[in-house]
Design a binder for this molecule. Structure first.
Ligand code: OGA
Ligand code: MN
Length: 221
């Protein structure tokens, strides 16, 4: 069985080429129907269980000593993927397949993937930000998979991607519809999550390069 198994992912070679070209030419890619509905359902079931167990925790911003809760910047609740369920293992297998493909095409040197579930309750948003900063770019490529089966047109919660050069110019607005997958260069593409009117489920993930800073290996997360 290849990891990109027919019942997990829908991407084919053409979609992969479009993804790579998008990353190279403008720094981002968005594809609808990228993952199979069955896998999205499995991941959604996982989130439901985590929610029941109160295992989704308010997300902080910053790292290390600078970590703080800022509801005025970011309002989601998260849980890091830990391979606990079959659905998680299947998703992580697909992402490692994608990592390999991106490395082959771009010599990107990606070597690991970290990801968390995210629930944005009604009213929550995430202000415009970058996922990493140049010179500290251990997060190289950001990914988002959406898990919401029927997202209404007036549901809010779109992700807005901005142009890499003209950073005030909106480049794309993404509905958080189940199966839609977005990826973009973590230190080049400013983006935000607009206030949602419905509970909004997704998995945010990052392909990382190992950054050694003054001899200190930067840990994941
Ligand atoms: C993030 C993020 C976007 C989204 O978690 O850093 O930007 O659409 N998420 O959930
Ligand atoms: Mn982000």
């Amino acid at each position: 069985m290849t990891p990109n198994d027919a019942h997990d992912a829908f991407w084919d070679n053409a979609q992969l080429v479009t993804l790579i070209d998008g990353l190279v030419e403008r720094g981002w890619y968005v594809g609808e129907g990228f993952l199979a509905p069955g896998l999205c359902q499995g991941l959604r079931d996982d989130m439901e269980r985590l929610h029941q167990r109160q295992a989704l925790q308010e997300a902080a911003i910053g790292r290390g000593d600078e970590r703080t809760l800022r509801r005025d910047i970011r309002g989601d609740a998260i849980h890091w993927l830990d391979r606990e369920s079959l659905a998680q293992r299947r998703y992580l297998t697909l992402m490692s397949e994608l990592q390999q493909q991106i490395n082959v095409a771009l010599y990107a040197g990606l070597f690991e993937f970290e990801a968390h579930f995210a629930l944005y309750p009604p009213g929550a948003f995430y202000r415009k930000h970058y996922d990493s900063f140049r010179g500290r770019a251990n997060r190289v490529i950001s990914t988002v998979l959406y898990l919401n089966p029927e997202w209404p047109a007036d549901g809010g919660g779109e992700m807005v991607l901005y142009d890499a050069q003209e950073t005030d110019r909106e480049a794309a607005r993404v509905q958080p519809q189940a199966g839609t997958f977005a990826c973009f260069l973590s230190d080049r593409i400013p983006h935000e999550v607009l206030p949602t009117r419905q509970p909004r489920l997704s998995i945010a993930g990052w392909f990382r390069r190992n950054a050694s800073l003054g001899g200190v290996i930067d840990p994941a997360r």
